[in-house]
Design a protein around this ligand. Structure first.
Ligand code: MCN
Ligand code: SMO
Length: 799
């Protein structure tokens, strides 16, 4: 149903589709957020960690000075199990991640010991009273050396340094043999951090009244953290309560159980008083997990028009030292293998994807999860193919995109694209960016000597993928249904409880909009309760852009379930037929009669003598579970295009214009959707141009402060222009699809495409993120050398 056709939509300014300001912003703008770093508690101790100075070494001996109290090594943590994230994937090798390093260290910054004291500074001083003797081991920084190693493996009991490898082959040989054109390219993405504004944060204490361990954790997945803490501390789950208060960004960094969280929880369990650990920026940059490090070897087989027949790909992921709980290295590997074909309709596919262990921090899912890498590889391959067949990059894409009349479409990796018009989104993006105008502009030299280029990319964003997909990725925890508990208050307000967590996505507003759409309660009178395992239904939490579809879907279902009883009570009170009753703007309305919703609620709770005899005793409070009919995920899609100016003198790249044409089905709040995309694009620009954690040959990280780890700021993010399509998903409530990660998927593809377009006269192609001025100048110099060599070769031949 189109929004404008909705029966009650006309009167609504708050329901589905409204551009409502976010409710949650007021407290943040006033500095009144409730973050773990702001909390105070009597007798709290602050925790510090001693971290490994070496990337790979055996711990030969440890000595703790006699005066050092409250200092802990692995052996002192009695009753704590190593964090083990097992997988059902056949090739998977399990890594046990001890809460503190045991026997050996596997990356620089790995926690080796912990201390607590009244202040963080004192706790840090205590860690200096611990001496560790290390015996160096060979360090594996890159995937090639790690994969080749046969001794001194990162995990002693493994057969090689490979976490997991997956492969697919669908009609590859047959279709590749029909190709007229073959194009081969390599692409590389560097390691980077995630850098939420707030780093890891955990505060734990013992609640004597409830006889419970209470853990405040800055997390996207409070229920999973509870499950994990109980599992690895060997406690019953009812003995543990996890609260995720205001969280200063997660982006994937906070969807797993961290060993520091487990250590602090153990302290509170053991000493029955409060402890806190706050990761500082330097710890995050060095030892916080990092992401994105993918390597691609791509070969495309196509006909003369650039129609792709088959694709051959080798993907290698630098997975770091450990597999994280609960998502494992199988998640990134499976996502890469399955999503590489993108929005294209080719039929022949051969791909192997390996995740290799190295002496770097564990690899984590980061906004976009693998799809930023696969989109980069796929789109640069499309660009290369276009050049090979002498067509525009968008012409070749239009040739290959899944067509609207093919929807729903099952692609070569068995992804179920539910709905949409992919080519139309690309055409609209080209129109908005004025592709023809750029081609004309490129005919003339720019007055400032810069080179202009145009880049485009189209991608699908699998969102809210559920049971069958995670089961195929073999993760130890698999999402199923999500619930929402909805209760009308006695004065006609609404309380909604969900197990997901909002940490910037605006769910306190958008979920209220969903409830308003159905029950007509003013958004200001709707309270979203989330982030507390003691007060909310179980959920595996917020990741995979699933919260709206899953929990939002449950909110919709729960509100709908309240309707019949509300109608019955309201009809009875008004003397009207219950089926006639509608709810709008806080009123129950039947024809020309109306009463405030508050009066209906009051009758149920406090004046039951007024209720009809056949009222449902379940009342005005329900808990409803939901998952979409099809659990393979709803596929949002998007085309992005950009114009860049490349300065061949300085190697700098300026983004002159950036357009986005996205379709996430029905939008609950278009302003929130745009905000999500802009945030993601800013992060994608970071991946494309700035962010990198380089390592030296000893595995020492070379960017440990924000002076050497460069992030895009306001001046690097252009004004992003939008258009929206709204093709409802046939499978979800309101036809909405997830959108939280999408923005971050395309920017490296778009920006590199644009730079390569700008450089095409110079015979240079760039394909390694981030495109720093240094890398760009190096590529230009190589291009010049190659050009000179070719020219002198020709001269030589002529003489
Ligand atoms: N939305 C909407 N209409 C749609 C789709 C979504 O109005 N058709 C709204 C939703 O109601 C919600 C927001 O957009 O308010 C994002 O919804 P959804 O796509 O369901 O994503 P999640 O809420 O599950 O958020 C997770 C996703 C992920 S996986 C990462 S990583 C990420 C992201 O969200 N981390 C973020 N966006 C982030 N934004 C902020 N500010 N901080 C993070 O840590
Ligand atoms: S990386 Mo998002 O938490 O799936």
């Amino acid at each position: 149903m189109k929004l404008s056709d909705h029966p009650t939509k006309a009167a609504k300014e708050q329901g589905v589709g409204a551009r409502l300001l976010r409710k949650e912003d007021a407290r943040h703008l006033q500095g009144k957020g409730n973050f773990i770093g702001n909390m105070s508690m009597p007798n709290i101790s602050e925790v510090a960690f001693l971290r490994s100075p070496l990337a790979h070494a055996r711990i030969a001996a440890t000595r703790v000075a006699q005066e050092a109290e409250n200092v802990f090594l692995r052996d002192s943590l009695t009753g704590v199990l190593d964090i083990v994230a097992d997988s059902t994937l056949p090739s998977y090798q399990v890594s046990a991640m001890p809460p503190l390093a045991h026997g050996k260290v596997r990356y620089v910054g790995e926690p080796v010991a912990m201390a607590f004291a009244p202040t963080r500074a004192q706790a840090e001083d205590l860690t200096e009273l611990i001496e560790v003797d290390y015996d160096d081991l060979p360090v594996y920084v890159d995937v090639a050396s790690a994969a080749a190693a046969t001794s001194d493996l990162i995990h002693d009991e493994w057969k090689d340094n490979v976490f997991v490898s997956l492969s697919a082959d669908k009609d590859f040989d047959k279709l590749a043999a029909q190709a007229d054109v073959v194009v081969t390219r390599k692409m590389n993405l560097s390691r980077q951090c995630m850098l939420p504004m707030e780093g890891m944060a955990v505060l734990a204490y013992w609640d004597h009244q409830a006889d419970q361990l209470v853990v405040y954790a800055s997390t996207q997945v409070p229920h999973l953290i509870r499950t994990g803490i109980a599992q690895f501390l060997q406690m019953d789950q009812e003995q543990v309560r996890v609260i995720s208060p205001d969280v200063g960004g997660g982006f994937g960094y906070k969807c797993v159980l961290q060993r520091e969280e487990l250590c602090v929880a153990w302290l509170a369990k053991t000493y029955k008083r409060p402890f806190r650990y706050l990761e500082d920026r330097r710890e995050h940059l060095i030892a916080g997990a990092n992401t994105r490090e993918h390597h691609y070897e791509m070969t495309a087989y196509a006909d003369r028009k650039g129609r792709l027949l088959a694709l051959d790909a080798k993907i290698t992921i630098n997975g770091g030292a450990y597999s994280v709980w609960p998502f494992t290295t199988g998640l990134e590997t499976g996502q890469a293998l399955g999503n590489l074909p993108g929005p294209y309709a080719f039929q022949g596919y051969r791909c192997t994807t390996r995740c290799v262990a190295t002496n770097k921090p564990a690899f984590l899912p980061y906004r976009g999860v693998a799809r930023t890498g696969v989109c980069f590889a796929m789109e640069l391959t499309m660009d290369a193919l276009a050049r090979e067949v002498g067509r525009e990059p968008w012409e070749v894409r239009l040739e290959n995109l899944v067509q609207p009349e093919q929807m729903p479409y099952v692609n070569v990796t068995n992804k179920h694209f539910d709905s949409g018009d992919y080519p139309a989104s690309l055409r609209r993006a080209l129109e908005m960016i004025d592709a023809q105008g750029v081609r004309e502009r490129q005919q003339h030299a720019e007055p400032d000597g810069r080179l202009i280029g145009l880049g485009v990319a189209t991608y699908t964003e699998q969102s809210a993928h559920g049971t069958s997909v995670f089961a195929a990725w073999g993760t130890p925890v698999i999402p199923g249904f999500d619930q929402a508990a909805v209760r009308m208050t006695p004065d006609g307000g609404l309380e909604i409880k969900v197990g997901v967590h909002s940490h910037g996505q605006g769910m306190e507003t958008t979920f209220a909009q969903i409830a308003n759409e159905i029950l007509g309660v003013d958004v200001a009178r709707i309270r979203l309760v989330h982030g507390d395992t003691g007060r909310t239904p179980y959920s595996t939490g917020t990741y995979a852009s699933r919260s709206l579809v899953m929990s939002g879907g449950a909110v919709s279902r729960a509100c709908k379930q309240l309707l019949p009883n509300l109608q019955k009570i309201a009809g009875h009170l008004m003397g009207a037929d219950s089926w006639l009753v509608q709810f709008e703007n806080g009123m129950a309305i039947a024809g020309d009669k109306s009463i405030p919703l508050a009066q209906v609620a009051n009758a149920w709770y406090l004046n039951p003598q007024l209720l009809p005899a056949d009222v449902d005793p379940a009342g005005l409070e329900v808990s409803v579970g939901y998952k979409p009919k099809v659990d393979t995920g709803s596929f949002s899609y998007c085309s992005q295009a950009a114009i860049v100016a490349v300065d061949p003198g300085t190697g700098s790249v300026e983004i002159l214009d950036y357009v986005v044409v996205e379709d996430c089905g029905t939008m609950i709040n278009p302003m929130v959707v745009e905000g999500q995309a802009i945030g993601g694009i800013a992060q994608g620009i970071g991946t494309a141009l700035y962010e990198e954690t380089p390592y030296d040959e000893y595995g020492q990280p070379l960017a440990s402060t924000l002076a050497d780890y460069v992030m895009p700021g306001a001046t690097e993010v252009p004004n992003i222009r939008f258009d929206h399509f709204e093709t409802p998903s046939p499978h979800t409530e309101f036809g909405a699809k997830g959108v939280g990660e999408g923005g971050a998927i395309a920017p490296p593809a778009v920006i590199f495409g644009a730079v390569n377009d700008a450089l095409r006269g110079l015979g240079v192609e760039v394909s390694q993120t981030p495109l720093t001025p240094h890398r760009l100048l190096e590529a230009l110099a190589q291009g010049r050398e190659a050009g000179l060599a070719a020219a002198s070769g020709k001269q030589g031949a002529g003489q």
